[in-house]
Design a protein around this ligand. Structure first.
Ligand code: HEC
Ligand code: HEC
Length: 304
């Protein structure tokens, strides 16, 4: 098995430099998936807030274009949190899919254009403050994070990103995708691998900026489903892969050839879980990068 761990180490899946705080060893008996997921969100959010340090200072100063606060909560996890809140607080008036209420008078929120806001910060204000004189009441008691997550979710509803206005070319991007064999990990329209998320609708889920970041910083935000698990056996050999399942006695992971492998926990020296992606950051030229973003943004499922 040494042969295999050697090939792992030299492959793009091999260990990459990690800041110590993103690394997260988990004991054999720990099943802290959920708690760890939360701490991941927190770490990601803090990192992003720190990186965009202005945010905290100017949240109230909407309207000054140069200081428009940026939404720090835009990950896939934030989309899901926003969806959950939307379902519990907004669908009675705006409809389950956001296209407008049948009985109530909430308008369609999926057109990509809003009457009361032209930016994310504007949407933030509408959701926080409501719209005077209408049944749209603000979420005054909600936290900053909750409101931004709603903004993030609302943005995924609009089917209106104009792919033609992006700098890259969809066709050239498709060719780059094929040349770099992204499909060995990603499914598009039913073809491809399972070691990464299905990208058939990624353009509806992720905005162009987020897609650009997905390509250059795959480790920036990784949902627990895609964490890397590293198993060290009693003889010291190492196997890395995606965690597929776990119970008291066994751990199942999918290795880099999509083989499902099962390990008896008692026989292992250690199991480490790393909050990093198995996705390699490919060295791309600027043009290739733009083309890939355009191609990914164009993926909206077959009904688009
Ligand atoms: C009691 C009904 C009601 C609920 C609940 C409600 N809304 Fe609204 N919302 C409205 C109405 C009515 C309007 C349109 C007000 C107007 O412009 O006349 C509106 C407008 C909006 C707008 C602005 C649309 C535009 O074109 O500018 C946004 C954004 C919005 N709502 C988001 C939300 C979110 C997010 C929630 C849940 C947290 C929510 N609403 C809950 C009734 C509601
Ligand atoms: C070795 C497997 C692997 C390869 C090769 C790979 N990816 Fe990924 N990719 C992943 C995994 C795992 C994730 C989920 C974790 C993360 O966000 O990094 C991911 C995430 C993504 C996402 C974000 C998807 C979402 O739903 O948030 C995009 C976009 C993406 N990859 C595009 C690409 C493109 C384009 C290529 C080719 C240049 C590529 N990937 C090559 C494994 C891979």
């Amino acid at each position: 098995m040494t042969g295999q761990s050697a090939s792992l180490a030299s492959s793009p899946l091999g260990p990459s430099p990690q800041a110590p705080d993103r690394r997260h060893g988990v004991g054999l008996t720990s099943r802290g998936g959920v708690a760890a997921g939360r701490s991941l969100t927190a770490i990601g959010a803090v990192a992003r807030v720190v990186r965009r340090g202005v945010l905290l200072l100017v949240t109230g100063a909407v309207g000054v274009a140069a200081e428009e606060p940026e939404n720090p909560y835009t990950s896939g996890i934030d989309v899901r949190m926003g969806l959950r809140q939307f379902q519990s607080k907004c669908t009675s008036c705006h409809g389950v899919d956001g296209t407008g209420g049948e009985e109530a008078d909430g308008p369609d929120l999926t057109t990509g254009r809003f009457q009361h806001a032209s930016t994310e910060a504007g949407l933030y204000e509408v959701i926080r403050d409501g719209i005077e004189g209408t049944s749209m009441r603000g979420l005054r008691r909600a936290g900053d994070q909750e409101i931004w997550q709603l903004v993030t979710y609302l943005r995924t509803l609009s089917r209106d990103v104009d792919v033609a206005s992006l700098p890259g070319s969809v066709e050239a991007g498709r060719a780059v995708f094929e040349r770099l064999d992204c499909g060995r990990c990603h499914m598009v329209e039913g073809r491809g691998g399972r070691r990464g998320p299905d990208l058939s609708r990624v353009g509806g889920r992720r905005g162009p900026d987020e897609l650009a970041e997905d390509l250059t910083e795959p480790n920036a935000e990784v949902a627990p489903r895609w964490w890397t698990v590293r198993v060290t056996r009693a003889d010291g050999t190492v196997v890395e892969g995606l965690r597929m399942g776990e119970d008291t006695f066994n751990l199942r992971i999918m290795d880099d050839e999509e083989r499902l492998r099962s390990f008896a926990k008692a026989s292992l020296r250690s199991v480490e879980r790393e909050q990093k992606s198995t996705m390699p950051a490919e060295p791309l030229s600027d043009a290739e990068h733009d083309d890939l973003v355009a191609y990914l943004a164009s993926l909206r499922g077959s009904d688009s």
